[in-house]
Design a protein around this ligand. Structure first.
Ligand code: C2E
Ligand code: CA
Ligand code: CA
Ligand code: CA
Length: 277
C-alpha cells in the first residue's frame, strides 16, 4: 500500500508508444546506415578574417537515408550518443573526413597547411585505444597530424576529467590540434580550462548572433578573445551570418570565422576551389 502512495502513476499514452517505437526504428536504421556507408561528410569553410581566405574546414556529418532523405546530425547524434553507436559512427566520420582532405591536398585543391576540423564525442575520447585508432586513420589516409584539429565540447569532459585530459595530451603529442567547441555555453569552469590542453577556442554562435542585436554581448566576446590570447590559443567565431558581425569580430581581434555569411556546409562535389587561395 505504501508503494502505491509514493509512486506516481504514469499513464502510458499513445504518443509515448509512438516515440519509443520511432527510437527503436531509428536505432535499427542507423545500424544499417553504418553497415551500408550511408554517412557522408559536408565541409564548412573556416575563414581567416585578415585575408578573407579559406584556411580550413569543419567536417559535419549528414546521413543519406534511403527512406528519410538527407538527415541533419541533431536528428541522430543524440540517440547515437545515448546508445553508444557514436563510437563506430565517429570513427567512420573521422576516416571519411581524413581521406577526403588528404585527397584534396594531394590534388593541390587545398593547400598543404589546410586545417581539417572534426567533431569528437567524449565517448570516443574515453575509449582506451582511441589515440591508436586516430594514428591508424591518419596513417591509412595519408593525412598529417598537423592538418587535423579535433573539436570537443568542454562541458561534456567534466565527467572524466583526468582520463579526458590524458587522452587530449597524447593526441597533442602526435601533433594534432585540440579545439574547445561551443565555448561559453553550459557549465564552463575556468579552473578546469587551465588544466585542459587545447589550441583553439570556438565561440558559440549564440554569442555571435546576439552581438549585433544587443551590445551586451560584445564585452563577453571581447573577454573570450582575451582569455584565448592569454592561453596562447587561436579563436574561431561560429555562426557568422552578416558582414557587420565579421567587421565587429575583426575589430575585437578575432582571427578566424565560420558561418553562413561565408558558406554553408557542403559536400566536396559542390566545393568551389575558387574559394581557396
Ligand atoms: P557544431 O559542432 O557546433 O557545428 C556547427 C553547426 O552550426 C553546424 O550544424 C553548422 O551547419 C551550423 N552553422 C554553421 N554556420 C552557421 C550559421 O552561420 N548560422 C547557423 N544558424 N548555423 C550555422 P550541423 O551540421 O547541423 O551540426 C550540428 C551539431 O551536430 C554540431 O554542432 C555538432 O555538435 C554535431 N555534429 C555534427 N557533425 C558531427 C560529427 O561528425 N560528430 C559529432 N560527434 N557531432 C557532430
Ligand atoms: Ca564543432
Ligand atoms: Ca560549435
Ligand atoms: Ca553546437
Amino acid at each position: 500500500a505504501k508503494m502505491q502512495e509514493d509512486t506516481p502513476i504514469h499513464y502510458f499514452e499513445p504518443h509515448m508508444l509512438e516515440a519509443s517505437l520511432e527510437k527503436t526504428r531509428l536505432a535499427a536504421e542507423l545500424n544499417r546506415a553504418l553497415e551500408h556507408n550511408e554517412l557522408e561528410v559536408h565541409f564548412q569553410p573556416l575563414i581567416d578574417l585578415a585575408s578573407e581566405t579559406t584556411c580550413g574546414a569543419e567536417a559535419l556529418v549528414r546521413w543519406r537515408s534511403p527512406t528519410r532523405g538527407l538527415v541533419p546530425p541533431n536528428q541522430f547524434i543524440p540517440l547515437a550518443e545515448e546508445n553508444g553507436m557514436i563510437i563506430e559512427m565517429g570513427q567512420q566520420i573521422l576516416r571519411l573526413a581524413c581521406q577526403q582532405t588528404s585527397q584534396m591536398i594531394a590534388r593541390q585543391q587545398w593547400p598543404q597547411s589546410f586545417m581539417l576540423h572534426v567533431n569528437l564525442s567524449v565517448r570516443q575520447l574515453l575509449q582506451a585505444d582511441f589515440v591508436e585508432q586516430v594514428e591508424a586513420i591518419l596513417a591509412e589516409s595519408g593525412l598529417l597530424a598537423a592538418n587535423l584539429t579535433l573539436e570537443i565540447t568542454e562541458s561534456r569532459l567534466i565527467s572524466q576529467p583526468q582520463q579526458a585530459t590524458e587522452a587530449l595530451q597524447q593526441l597533442r603529442q602526435l601533433g594534432i590540434h585540440i579545439a574547445i567547441d561551443d565555448f561559453g555555453t553550459g557549465y564552463s569552469s575556468l579552473s578546469y580550462l587551465a588544466q585542459l590542453p587545447f589550441d583553439s577556442l570556438k565561440i558559440d554562435r549564440s554569442f555571435v548572433n546576439q552581438m549585433t542585436e544587443s551590445n551586451n554581448y560584445t564585452p563577453v566576446i571581447a573577454a573570450i578573445i582575451t582569455l584565448a590570447e592569454n592561453f596562447n590559443a587561436d579563436i574561431v567565431a561560429e555562426g557568422v551570418e552578416t558582414r557587420e558581425q565579421t567587421q565587429q569580430l575583426k575589430a575585437l581581434g578575432c582571427r578566424y570565422a565560420q558561418g553562413f555569411y561565408y558558406a554553408k556546409p557542403q559536400p566536396l562535389s559542390e566545393w568551389s576551389t575558387a574559394k581557396v587561395s
